[in-house]
Design a protein around this ligand. Sequence first.
Ligand code: TPP
Ligand code: SF4
Ligand code: MG
Length: 295
Amino acid sequence: MKNNLLDKNEYFYGHKACAGCGGSLAVRLALKVLGKNSIAVLPAGCMSAVGFVYPQLAFGVNALISPFASTGAVLSGVYVGAKSLGLKDVHVVGFAGDGGTADIGLQALSGAIDRGDKIIYICYDNEAYMNTGVQQSSLTPYGARTTTTPAGDRIHGSTNVKKDMFDIVAAHKIQYAATASVGNIPDYIKKVEKASKVEGTSYIHVAAPCPTGWGVDSSGTIEIAKDALDCGLWYLAEYENNEYKINKQVKEFSSVKDYLKKQSRFKHLTNEDIKLIEEQRDKKWQDLKNKTNLK
Ligand SMILES: Cc1ncc(C[n+]2csc(CCOP(=O)(O)OP(=O)(O)O)c2C)c(N)n1
Ligand code: SF4
Ligand SMILES: [Mg+2]
């Protein structure tokens, strides 16, 4: 689907997200692709907090809040309910944050993939528990300062390495999985459209910067998402028919240091820390090379 052929209607508007919120852009665009017959499921997190502010509902489609841990299970339930009512052309879609996906909602997601129902699970990854004030999740990258991983003389932010949700989901032999980014909107739109045509379960992991938690200007969301792709700390890939594919090969990485230093959450990092992050990136790309079409 070309950008200019996107549905002109808005299905996520009037919400209370901060200016420049990457997560709200990911939700808005996905619903434009999936259309008015979507049923959206959102657990606790920024998107439900900003989207359901009684008596205002910012969704132009049916939408409900699930318990934090249960997005996958609720998606399956909604899918089966819609099927038993004989509803046609319905897209059952979940929008969960990194915490709601990689931590508390992981077992429910795993069960949903196992059942193979026709649902679309979109994880908008802003790399921390933003709604409750920027706490570390298992998708917080190494070195990031959060309120639970402060930066001091001895410890420089998060000491964990970001969990690889794409690999975890692919290991379930899911029908379709992809990584995406709001830094490459045509690619994201294409993947949501592809997911909508899959007969079974699909999963999209979209990088969605949070200016508030990352410490970048609200006008810099797209640019910082692009920078992450260019410096190799994020990647665009797909998994289907039991095969991995890289969508965009980066010939030469741009500066990791420049990417990190634009964000106040990484301001404290030393050159040694940055070297370690580059090494982690190179290891990740070697791993991607080993299992994809990448030369
Ligand atoms: C069972 C349960 N535990 C904790 C919370 C508190 N809580 C609400 S939103 C949230 C953060 C969600 O983080 P994430 O899933 O990454 O989404 P984001 O807020 O970043 O969009 C937490 C911890 C809750 N609502 N329910
Ligand atoms: S805190 Fe971050 S994720 Fe939450 S609404 Fe604001 S910009 Fe979006
Ligand atoms: Mg989050």
